[in-house]
Design a protein around this ligand. Structure first.
Ligand code: SF4
Length: 154
């Protein structure tokens, strides 16, 4: 898996102070997408075990308390990302007790493959659906267009 950006401190993507990872790879081609540079799975840099270790460390850093991890992109549920994202969310749940996970994807909850669903089973908040320019509203919280749904599982 490649990623385009990692922010150890983020207050824009989800509730509270968070760590945020933007992965590479997206097939949805949404018109008006702000992250076109992340569409290619080869964009950005390789996601390494060292970065996964750093994310776990940042989430557990008590000097700046984090509510959890945000996963966006690109699309964390892109087929080329599923295996590494599953590994990461499993680690967060096992090693960062009490931290939540938010995940944004262009796929719909009802259409997920079993491999994608295995990730969502470990996620606390899932914002699904493509960005639809005709349904875009600047004041929406945590989403860009009205068709996208915030699923809170926990
Ligand atoms: S799903 Fe997100 S990253 Fe992918 S094209 Fe749509 S808006 Fe862009």
């Amino acid at each position: 898996m490649n990623y385009s950006k990692y922010y150890p401190i983020d207050v824009l993507n989800g509730e509270g102070t968070r760590c945020a990872l933007f992965v590479s790879g997206c097939i949805h081609n949404c018109r008006g997408c702000y992250n076109q540079s992340t569409w290619s799975p080869d964009a950005g840099e390789l996601f390494t075990d060292a970065l996964a270790d750093q994310i776990i460390k940042d989430l557990n850093d008590t000097r700046i308390k984090k509510q959890g991890l945000s996963l966006s992109g690109g699309d964390p549920l892109h087929p080329s990302n599923v295996s590494d994202v599953l590994k990461l969310v499993k680690r967060v749940k096992a090693e960062c007790i009490g931290k939540d996970i938010w995940l944004w994807s262009g796929y719909l909850l009802a259409e997920l493959t079993p491999a994608q669903q295995a990730i969502i089973n470990l996620v606390d908040v899932f914002i699904d659906g493509k960005f639809e320019q005709a349904l875009a509203e600047p004041n929406l919280k945590w989403r860009g267009s009205n068709n996208q749904v915030i699923h809170r599982f926990k």
